[in-house]
Design a protein around this ligand. Sequence first.
Ligand code: 5AD
Ligand code: SF4
Length: 439
Amino acid sequence: MAEEKTFYLETFGCQMNAHDTEKVIGTLFAQGYRQVEDEKDAGLILYNTCSIRDKAEQKVFHRLNDYKRLRKEGKRFAVLGCVAQQEGEKIFERAPHVSLVSGSASYRKLPEMLARLEAGEERITGLDDRQTEETFETEFTARQNPYRAYITIIEGCDKFCSYCVVPYTRGKERSRTSSSVLDEARRIAESGYTEIQLLGQNVNSYRDPEGKLSFADLLAAVGQVPGIRRVRFTTSHLRDFTRDIVEAIDSIPTLCDHVHLPVQSGSNRILHAMAREYTAEWYLERIAWIKAARRKISLSTDIIVGFPGETADDFIQTMNLLATVEYDCVFAFKYSARPNTPALVMIDSVAEAEKSQRLQVLLDRQREIQRVNYSNHIGEVLEVMVEGVNPARGQIAGRSTQNKTVNFAWGHAIAPATGSYLGVKITGAFPNSLVGVAV
Ligand code: 5AD
Ligand code: SF4
């Protein structure tokens, strides 16, 4: 390895992964590494990977293949994250130029694994069989987002939905203590951040190991940290979605007016096959709590189309649920069979073309729902946090408390600072964004 220690790191997947990357980068800095922007300039190339769907996984192997010739120049490769945990040592067979394979539940051992890598070891693994009780807490987080600070409050997953790799890739469910979360929130606020996003595969399954705070209490406490103006949380699971979460949002002004509550399907038969352990009626009851809040809380969801055995009628029930809830945002995916999961033995009965068609029908309908939802904001003045300048339009881009993108014109020479808050009068709407003028 070159004398100066340099690394290149690329992240795939969810916000949990994005935040893990911030902690991994902080760890690398603490070990004396410098970050570079190009694989070719790096001594160590790391990919923090995702395996939620087949396509995400393929991307990693393509990337590894694209750059394998760099191994001859002495560069080293590390695969981190969900593909690492899922494939384990098989990665060394498929991509022999890789030297380090580590899942997220082993990141605490990164300094030690890096030392072994630097000493020339070729086959280093950090893999976990749903054993570890540890969470990855480090003082060395290198935050990459200038206006939003992430805090992981719970890692892993014990829900075992039949389609999902996460319980196998991220280990068993383990929560941080509320004291440690609140300490981090205070440090974040002191460093100048005003927005915090609490993270977990099932953030609301949080169980304080100290037994002090429920998830709703923790949410409220983070919202009351001096200097914090916005608190978001993702992703929630319906089974742990309790009414006090809505009550907390209603009573603590800093908690954002947005809940992401994945439904996956509107058909009880499919929900049962997915092992979601709720019915559409149960789901809609929680939606009714949220809609009955004093504040107008925006709703978003995840949906899978073409799950094994999904009939045209099951799909219609998903479409009906969509029309009932009127979400502001939907992430919809075609079912993708995943290794180790219980659904793998089910017959992937819906043809690829049919999955694509259902996805398109769903997205088209959802677009119309959002067109109406977004246009309802015309004439309102929304508080917008500035996230950046949109160079294509010469506009400022920001976000409302409901997590809606707002683009607005700015008449002054000096643009407002990233992370600052402005009132914006909404003058127009698209299905995915609002436009307006600063007031
Ligand atoms: N196939 C398709 N989509 C999936 N998701 C999770 N596993 C799969 C899979 N095997 C979707 C779910 C989840 C989101 C993060 O990804 O909708 O909520
Ligand atoms: Fe992808 Fe799931 Fe892993 Fe996140 S937890 S990186 S979505 S597989």
